[in-house]
Design a protein around this ligand. Structure first.
Ligand code: 2AM
Ligand code: CA
Ligand code: CA
Ligand code: CA
Length: 264
């Protein structure tokens, strides 16, 4: 394993352990509201501090972009951190949440870790080195039609600005596939695409820390990722369509007619 990936795994496992220690006592946690439906708990902050502590000790010169504490300056290596992806689930005792850590070098994602502490599932990827689940190689699913496919998605929870567009995309995919799951942790959904549990995923307006690690997992597992213009500006826009090459194409055909100009 890449030595930097090793450190990122340690950071993710430490954070995951810390999260799990609070999982049975979520009722006692201090919870604040960041925006209408976006909550943050003391566990999010503690997990983030733990990750930053581990990374800073190993790589004092690297930059950091973390959900709860923002940007920390550094060199051309930047760690992109979501300490707890799926806080809403976590706070409800719904066991679908993860730690997500990615390394970008000169803007390109090179390493990714997604750790699910409630199932002890560790997803890792190195650019050019493949994707793994608990040290076993994973691949995207082989499904080549929407019929029989299981897709993941996220709802536009921040505002209703794109809700009608989203629902217009949802309808044809909902009728053409076996099912659509909205599990609530984008990072984990992407990891599930990488290992074939989901055949594809799409969402409007993700943040970089939700997707950086998961998207590398998918690419290293043989999948395709684009934005809503069949382009590679997904980290900037947060608009993502992903799946195996055929599934991606089939999803894109259903989604594209409903993409508003502002999201192109
Ligand atoms: P978070 O738990 O790290 O905040 C994409 O859907 C992401 O949006 C989720 O992975 C989740 O990341 C975040 N999010 C914030 N509030 C949400 C909400 N009320 N419902 C769903 N996702 C939410
Ligand atoms: Ca959040
Ligand atoms: Ca998140
Ligand atoms: Ca988070």
């Amino acid at each position: 394993m890449h030595p930097m990936l090793n450190i990122a795994v340690r950071a993710a496992r430490n954070a995951g352990d810390l999260i799990q220690r609070s999982a049975d006592n979520v009722g006692q946690l201090t919870i604040n509201k960041k925006s209408q439906h976006d909550f943050v708990s003391e566990v999010d902050f503690q997990a983030e501090q733990e990750i930053i502590k581990v990374l800073r000790a190993a790589f004092p010169d690297h930059a950091i972009l973390a959900e709860e504490s923002g940007e920390h300056e550094g060199n051309d290596h930047q760690w992109v951190i979501d300490p707890l992806d799926g806080t809403t689930n976590f706070l409800h005792g719904f066991p679908q949440y993860a730690v997500s850590i990615a390394l970008k070098v000169k803007g390109k994602i090179e390493l990714g870790v997604v750790y699910d502490p409630s199932r002890d599932e560790l997803f890792t990827a190195e650019r050019g080195g493949g994707a793994m689940l608990n040290n076993r190689r994973i691949r995207v699913g082989r499904h080549a039609s929407l019929q029989g496919a299981l897709l993941g998605t996220g709802f536009p929870f921040k505002s209703d600005e794109y809700l009608d567009s989203y629902l217009a995309m949802f309808r044809p995919l909902c009728t053409a596939t076996s099912g659509i799951r909205r599990a609530g942790s984008a990072a984990l959904d992407l990891a599930y695409v990488a290992c074939g549990r989901l055949d594809g995923f799409w969402e409007i307006g993700l943040q970089e820390w939700d997707m950086a690690a998961g998207l590398l997992l998918i690419q290293e597992a043989g999948g395709v990722v684009t934005d809503f213009s069949f382009n590679n500006k997904y980290l900037q826009s947060g608009n993502v369509i992903t799946g195996n090459p055929k599934m991606h194409q089939l999803m894109y055909q259903k989604i594209e007619p409903h993409v508003p100009d502002k999201l192109k």
